[in-house]
Write a protein that binds this ligand. Structure first.
Ligand code: GLV
Ligand code: MG
Length: 349
């Protein structure tokens, strides 16, 4: 037998560790807001940020200088100890990658000091299910040792060529899997893509329209990330976990950030990273469903109460499949409405 039997997936991997979740906790996660925990000014802002964002993530990996790695870890322990889980905001960390000199101390220190406060560990540079299996086992042992009562979930960054080849196996590797984010910077490097950007399009990646005599020809820019995001969404949704766009590095171009986030939203992603405060509002707008679309989706649900049959609404055919599409939209709108009174009124929910 080369695969684990189904029942084994739901046994704790260490005696005394909490039982794995059978369903993911339902949470609104439109933006995963990164902060550098070694910077005191940023730590001081945490309670205020927790009121503004859906997820706060203490970053320990890339962008944290090597000589600040330990200070970042200690800063995050301080934040996690003071964290109030009733705020409704998720507390995540991005640990250093498995082959780095910091990973083991990141994980052992954080779970020991604040394992009950941590919702999700984001693991960078994941190459295959073997990486998830290792973290899964290690988390279980640490949870057992430190009396952690709810499982800490794993979120993988899709940012190596091998990881993309293995994406479905990564998504299915453990009931601890929460989801996956596109990591366009590392992925570009790993694939040998010829870009220097963090996410977004590229002016040279396009299709040139056909020649028509001497008329000037337009190069229509294409989305460099379309293939990867679509593949990630299929891998995640088929495994019952969530897909996310990752970082958008050009903070000066909020229109391009919004366009890129919106493509990801339309393709099935649940959220994106915000690396700059200006991107919080962008993610909030984009990953909360459009009011007119929600109102139309509600009409579909109301006109087909048992979800079957065929009706016409405003000249458009509706059936069991569009009912399901409408339900995706209205379920998300309900989650947004539960958190945001102004949106609840706009959606009429
Ligand atoms: C994120 O980690 C990226 O590499 O884009
Ligand atoms: Mg990266």
């Amino acid at each position: 037998m080369s695969i684990k039997p189904p029942r084994k997936f739901f046994e704790p991997l260490a005696i005394g560790a909490p039982a794995p979740y059978r369903e993911l906790p339902v949470r609104l996660e439109r933006m995963i807001h990164f902060f550098p925990p070694h910077v005191e000014k940023m730590r001081a802002k945490v309670p205020e940020m927790a009121r503004q964002v859906d997820v706060l993530l203490g970053n320990l990996e890339d962008a944290i200088p090597a000589d600040a790695k330990e200070a970042a870890r200690a800063g995050l322990v301080e934040v996690a100890k003071a964290w109030d889980p009733s705020s409704g905001c998720g507390l995540w960390t991005r640990v250093n990658c498995l082959n780095s000199p910091w990973f083991l101390d990141d994980l052992t220190t954080l779970v020991a000091a604040a394992g009950d406060k941590l919702d999700v560990v984001m693991l960078p540079k994941v190459e295959g299910p073997w990486d998830i299996h290792y973290l899964d086992q290690l988390l279980a042992q640490l949870e057992a040792r430190h009396g952690v009562t709810k499982p800490i979930l794993i979120h993988a960054i899709l940012e190596t060529a091998l990881g993309v080849e293995q994406v479905a196996a990564i998504a299915q590797a453990s009931p601890r899997m929460h989801g996956m984010s596109l990591g366009p910077a590392d992925l570009a490097a790993s694939r040998g893509m010829k870009t220097t950007r963090v996410g977004g399009g590229h002016p040279f990646y396009g299709v040139l329209e056909d020649a028509r005599g001497d008329a000037p020809r337009t190069l229509f820019q294409q989305d460099l990330w379309h293939y990867t995001v679509a593949r990630m969404v299929d891998a995640c949704q088929s495994a019952g976990i969530k897909a996310f766009y990752g970082p958008f590095g050009d903070f000066s171009d909020s229109a391009a950030c919004e366009a890129q986030f919106r493509n990801a939203f339309l393709l099935g992603c649940a959220g994106a990273w915000s690396l700059h405060p200006s991107q919080i509002a962008i993610a909030k707008t984009v990953f909360s469903p459009d009011v007119d679309e929600v109102l139309f989706a509600k009409k579909i649900l109301d006109s087909m109460p048992d979800g079957s049959g065929a009706v016409m609404i405003d000249g458009k055919m509706q059936d069991d499949a569009t009912w399901k599409q409408a339900k995706v939209m209205v379920d998300l709108a309900r989650a947004v409405a539960a958190k945001d009174q102004a949106m609840a009124e706009k959606y009429g929910l």
